[in-house]
Design a protein around this ligand. Structure first.
Ligand code: T4K
Length: 373
């Protein structure tokens, strides 16, 4: 262990505290703390404009958002999804009594491989739940074609895809619903939080009922809803954070570029390429540790820890290897060769908007043995 400060895989961006005080004063004056208050309404409309989407509903977090999205579309039976994600993706299916059917990922993007989806469709399949992993967009056109042919719903887990665009369009406008996360570790955060982007106003109405116990008015309950509401303090924080969001993404992208340049030529480290046409958000910085690197993936992970650097193995272990999923037929490693290989080699290096150059130097000193004056 060194005497240096720890470097975590990410750090939340916090605007200057004094800028948050006026928001708090307004909440104290209004005594309106939650349930679609004024800051909540402002954040829904400002976020929609910022992201270029029309129908957005704030959520208490993305996990509840995924659960509500499945309810909103009345999904039943089997849902095709990826094993290479955070556990919340598949857990949202179990919470709805749905059966996940895992399909392998693409070796370049680590997203659900569209060419393998059709073979997994059965008469019980009603939806596809892909993930824009690390913010890299899925092949949304191909996925929609398949969904249209087979009459399936598409719910994107867009937890990582805040403000990601493809060919100038927000990826959040694809599929029936897209679910974002505003957790503290995300590009844009409201401490805990999230949002569902809906493809039309009717769907947003249903999502809004479901997030508020199903209430349409004081006496009318439209659906067996849940409590998925975002509070005023979180919404206010989101409004302030939004002012800094473009700058935060810019600095993440600069850090990613620095890593990219300095890792070029480091033998045994593969850096993900961002597909042409994608405007990325720098959400994560994943690398693959190949067999010709001097250490194993876990060897490097441990060496970084010894130096006070807490990288993370997102996403290892695979969801399909976890006790509640591993007995599914689709979880067999032979069905998921790419995902199994990537999960063994992946490492996410620290990246956050106010990461300092000397922190990048410390990471590079371990990963590439670079020494800087
Ligand atoms: N779908 C996908 C694809 C997701 O990645 C996620 C969440 C979800 C759905 C569900 O979204 P939410 O329901 O959470 O909105 C973290 C996050 O808790 C989780 O939101 C995220 N994905 C996942 C990829 O990462 P952990 O268990 O790795 O977090 P934790 O507490 O170890 O934090 C990681 C590092 O971040 C810490 O070592 C230090 C730093 N940190 C963390 C927190 C919470 C801070 O500096 N300050 C903080 O407040 O899951």
């Amino acid at each position: 262990m060194t005497g240096d400060n720890p470097i975590y895989v990410t750090r939340p961006f916090l605007p200057p505290l004094e800028e948050f005080v006026p928001y708090m004063q307004e909440i104290w004056a209004n005594k309106w703390l939650t349930n679609n208050g004024p800051f909540h309404q402002q954040l829904e409309s400002q976020l929609s404009a910022f992201l270029g989407v029309e129908h957005l509903s704030l959520m208490s977090n993305a996990t509840i958002g995924l659960i509500i999205a499945l309810q909103a579309l009345r999904v039943s039976g089997e849902v095709i999804t990826t094993p290479y994600s955070f556990v919340a993706t598949a857990h949202s299916l179990l919470w709805n009594n749905l059966e996940p059917v895992f399909v392998d990922i693409e070796p370049d993007t680590f997203n659900l491989d569209p060419e393998r989806i059709e073979a997994a469709i059965t008469p019980r399949t009603s939806a596809i739940m892909p993930v824009h992993c690390y913010g890299t967009p899925c092949n949304t056109k191909r996925i929609q074609q398949i969904a249209d042919v087979h009459g399936l719903k598409v719910i994107y887990d867009a937890a990582h895809a805040f403000d990601v665009r493809f060919e100038g369009q927000s990826v959040l406008n694809t599929g029936d619903l897209s679910v974002m996360s505003f957790h503290a570790t995300k590009v844009f955060n409201t401490f805990e939080g999230g949002a569902i982007v809906c493809s039309d106003a009717k769907l947003k109405q249903r999502v809004d009922y479901l997030r508020n116990f199903g209430f349409a008015d004081e006496v009318t309950v439209m659906a067996p809803g849940i409590n998925g509401k975002m509070t005023e303090i979180q919404s206010a924080f989101g409004l302030l954070q939004l002012k800094y969001a473009k700058a935060a993404i810019r600095s993440r992208l600069e850090i990613a570029e620095t890593y990219r340049e300095r890792l070029r030529g480091v033998k045994g480290v593969r850096v993900l390429t961002i597909p042409i046409g994608v405007e990325h958000n720098g959400a994560y910085f994943p690398i693959l540790i190949e067999p010709d690197y001097p250490l194993t993936r876990d060897g490097l992970y441990n060496k970084l820890r010894e130096n006070g650097i807490y990288s993370r193995r997102y996403f290892y272990p695979l969801i399909s290897s976890m006790p509640m999923y591993r007995n599914l037929t689709s979880s067999l490693p032979a069905n998921l060769p790419v995902a199994n290989l990537i999960a063994e080699r992946i490492l996410c290096l620290p990246i956050y908007s106010d990461m300092e150059p000397r922190e990048v130097d410390r990471v590079m000193a371990v990963v590439a043995g670079e020494r800087r004056a």
